[in-house]
Ligand binder design. Structure first.
Ligand code: SAH
Length: 368
């Protein structure tokens, strides 16, 4: 008797087929020509995708039906199926669970403020960095997202804002943070390409200002150095979480490879080249990294390495299920911020949106 295979129909995990949003404007023209279509069709398709934010062929009436079908099926394979959305903060925070062609799940979070709207996007499904306080870190890495899978999260968020899906009426998606699932600099090439697609002016890209895009990293030093050479204006955020190597080796395990001093030097290089302040992310954890001496050390270290080119974002820890850790009490938090400021370093507390829907920092785990 032959044994039946245990899994016969499981989709193979992998990147989706190539999509318009993976390609530069020139590559889009080539791809259209390769299908035997006139090259100006590339501009038409780009207009629909990047300016009108649509992937629905019935809305592309300027392209003849036969060409439309061919172009859309080849260049716009479906990327995400929205499984569900949950809202918090009176509807101004919305977390969306998305499923890719191979069943991979990721989340993105849209947050509307009085003066801006920010989308927190994922760059990988899961994450390989294994930070013990982060929900995503517990499950390991499933796979990288393609450039188009990253860009398409933004297209969806921009369409939601334009269509007034969040309270406050129609608006504009103004800010993007790579602070969802994944380590963006571990998916370097696709993330940089995505930044171009997100920021290139419409109709070549989504037209969001580079200065309004933040790439957040655990501190992959070679990748920070490489990004410094890209001539971008995006903001760099470094998840430091403590100024000393001993504790950082456990909070951000990749620290054993590139330590605090090396990470801050690389951040300095980026700040010098771009003229942009680096954000230092600091998840404040009760009795772990919230001591007054650590605040003093953090302030001194940052002033020495980064001078005025730095801003510390304190993030009250969001306890993840089963975690033994908790946020610091408010008086401890206030004292921490005061001491960092005292060293001449700008430091503020990040507001935490979407806590009750597990959409706050580090809570994205996509359990389905
Ligand atoms: N991999 C990137 C982006 C991921 S998350 C990075 O590490 O920077 C964005 C931020 O949320 C990071 O600073 C991360 O350390 C922080 N974070 C993760 N889990 C958290 C939690 N449970 N509470 C507060 N902040 C958390």
């Amino acid at each position: 008797m032959t044994a039946l295979p245990l899994v016969f129909d499981a989709p193979k995990r992998g990147l989706p087929p190539r999509h318009l949003a993976d390609l530069t404007a020139d590559q889009r023209k080539e791809a259209v020509a390769a299908l035997g279509e006139k090259s100006f069709r590339a501009a038409q398709l780009s207009h629909h995708y990047f300016s009108r934010l649509t992937v629905d062929p019935t809305e592309m009436t300027d392209i003849p039906a036969e060409s439309r079908e061919k172009l859309v099926s080849d260049l716009m394979p479906p990327l995400w199926t929205e499984l569900r959305s949950v809202e918090a903060d009176a509807g101004t925070t919305r977390k969306t669970l998305l499923r890719a062609h191979d069943g991979t799940l990721v989340e993105s979070v849209l947050m509307r403020y009085p003066d801006r709207a920010t989308l927190c996007i994922s760059s990988q499904a899961g994450c390989g960095m294994a930070c013990p306080f982060c929900a995503t870190g517990q499950g390991g890495l499933t796979r990288n997202l393609s450039t188009a899978e990253i860009v398409d999260q933004v297209r969806r968020g921009a369409a939601a804002m334009r269509d007034g899906e969040l309270p406050g009426g129609p608006g504009r998606l103004s800010n993007i943070v790579f602070m969802g699932m994944g380590e963006p600099l571990a998916n370097y090439k696709r993330v940089i390409e995505a930044v171009h697609r997100i920021c290139d002016p419409a109709p070549s890209g989504l037209g969001i200002s580079q200065r309004s895009v933040t790439v957040s990293t655990v501190g992959l030093v070679p990748a920070i150095k490489k990004m410094t050479e890209e001539n971008l204006q995006v903001r760099l955020a470094v998840s430091l979480h403590t100024p000393d190597d001993e504790l950082r080796d456990t909070l951000v395990p990749v620290n054993t490879k590139w330590n605090v001093a090396e990470v801050l030097e690389a951040a300095r290089g980026y700040a010098d080249r771009t003229g942009r302040r680096v954000s230092i992310e600091y998840a404040l954890i009760r009795d772990i990294n919230d001591q007054p001496w650590r605040a003093d050390l953090l302030g001194k270290l940052l002033r020495r390495h980064l001078g005025q080119l730095v801003h510390v974002n304190v993030i009250p820890l969001n306890p993840t299920p089963g975690s033994k850790w908790d946020a610091s009490p408010k008086p401890v938090e206030r004292e921490f911020v005061r001491r960092v400021n005292e060293q001449g370093v700008a430091c503020t507390v990040r507001d935490t949106r979407g806590q009750e829907i597990a959409a706050a920092c580090g809570q994205l785990a996509a359990e389905g």
